[in-house]
Design a binder for this molecule. Structure first.
Ligand code: ZN
Ligand code: ZN
Length: 366
């Protein structure tokens, strides 16, 4: 009699290896899962439909429990049978390190992802980008180059809200036009003339409209917005429908910033673009924008998972985090500074300045 394979407890997903039964891991940069033990592989059928967008206003009209208040999910690992609490979308079993994808949505309160931006950069390529980054940092300790190991890189997804919005903005402001006058002045006892620029301001008002697509708003607070902005952009146009297999073996936190706060941030991003549109519309040589009243229509949103590679390294007892955009290979990270190198550079700089000064003085004396 053969024993049927253990069924995953509802609320979590693990994909059993067809050969040995171990939990399979997604291989970023490919369209398949593979077994970390026997190397067997399984192709994932990519979803035919792209990632769907939802009507934001009807979602916002309903009340939602803030994501940070939602409980952890109880998950049982099929690899080792251990039971644990997980408050991530994807991670690893605390006992056997097997990959686990959590599909429990806290009774419908935790919004499921709508789309995934696929990995383009493979682990090996991410390792190359990281190596290049580490070896080209100014004033980095020489030993940093030895820390670079690709095995320490982990595939991860960061949740982001994407908003579409057809905006119409009524603005008031002023248009500045330059004009010149001729002024006379006296220099060394001689009367001279010069052209002086002035700006005449005229009232301006009008209406501009713009269709925004996928304005991204981070669903997490760590890494911070500034760091994520530097790490971007991601090609959200290539997002596929959500399929939990793509998360097996990756790190994917839950979103902690709710859609409403995400929309607030997206509105700020859009306001910057709209202000530029108003300036363009005002014309002239200079512009002042006084007020902008924007109305939103056809607001759509979706929860997107953006791919990246994470590397954590310890240097001189301190922990440093590095992120590689898995769309573009761009690297953003924390790095150590070598105070010996900085001090040496300062001393060399002072010596050079001293030599230059000495030559300059001698040049003038001869
Ligand atoms: Zn296997
Ligand atoms: Zn386990």
């Amino acid at each position: 009699m053969t024993t049927p394979p253990p069924l995953p407890k509802p609320g979590s997903h693990q994909y059993a290896c067809p050969s040995c039964g171990a939990a399979l891991e997604f291989q970023p940069g490919t369209a398949g899962l593979s077994c970390p033990y026997c190397k067997a592989s399984l192709d994932i059928t990519a979803p035919e439909a792209g990632s769907t967008k939802l009507d934001y206003m009807s979602y916002a009209a309903l009340s939602h429990v803030p994501a940070v208040q939602l409980p952890a999910c109880e998950v049982v690992c099929v690899n080792c049978g251990s039971s644990q609490q997980m408050s991530v979308v994807a991670g690893r079993c605390q006992s056997c390190k097997g990959p686990i994808v959590v599909t429990d949505d806290c009774g419908g309160e935790l919004k499921a992802p709508d789309g995934i931006v696929p990995f383009v950069v493979t682990k090996a390529q991410a390792g190359e980008h990281f190596k290049k980054w580490a070896t080209t940092r100014w004033f980095a300790p020489t030993a940093l180059k030895k820390v670079v190991r690709t095995e320490s890189m982990r595939g991860a997804y960061l949740p982001h809200w994407g908003f579409d919005d057809a905006t119409t903005t009524d603005y008031t402001g002023q248009r500045g036009e330059h004009y010149y006058t001729t002024e006379t002045y006296t220099e060394n006892g001689q009367t001279r003339t010069r052209q002086v620029q002035h700006t005449a301001w005229y009232p301006a008002s009008g209406r501009v409209s713009r269709d925004f697509v996928d304005v991204l708003s981070p669903g997490v607070t760590e890494p911070d917005h500034e760091m994520l902005e530097k790490l971007g952009p991601w090609s959200t146009a290539n997002a596929t429908g959500y399929q939990s297999e793509f998360l097996a073996g990756t790190d994917a936190p839950r979103y902690s910033v709710d859609a409403a706060d995400g929309f607030g941030y997206a509105k700020q991003v859009m306001a910057g673009v709209i202000e530029d549109d108003c300036r363009q519309d005002i014309g002239g040589d200079e512009q002042r924008v006084g007020s902008m009243t924007t109305s939103d229509s056809d607001v759509l949103f979706r929860l997107l998972l953006l791919p990246l590679w994470l590397a954590t390294y310890v240097f001189a007892g301190e922990l440093f985090q590095v992120y590689v955009n898995a769309n573009t290979g761009k690297v953003i990270g924390q790095r150590p500074y070598s105070w010996i190198k900085i001090t040496a550079a300062v001393i060399v700089g002072l010596i050079v300045a001293g030599v230059v000064f000495y030559l300059y003085r001698n040049g003038h004396q001869s």
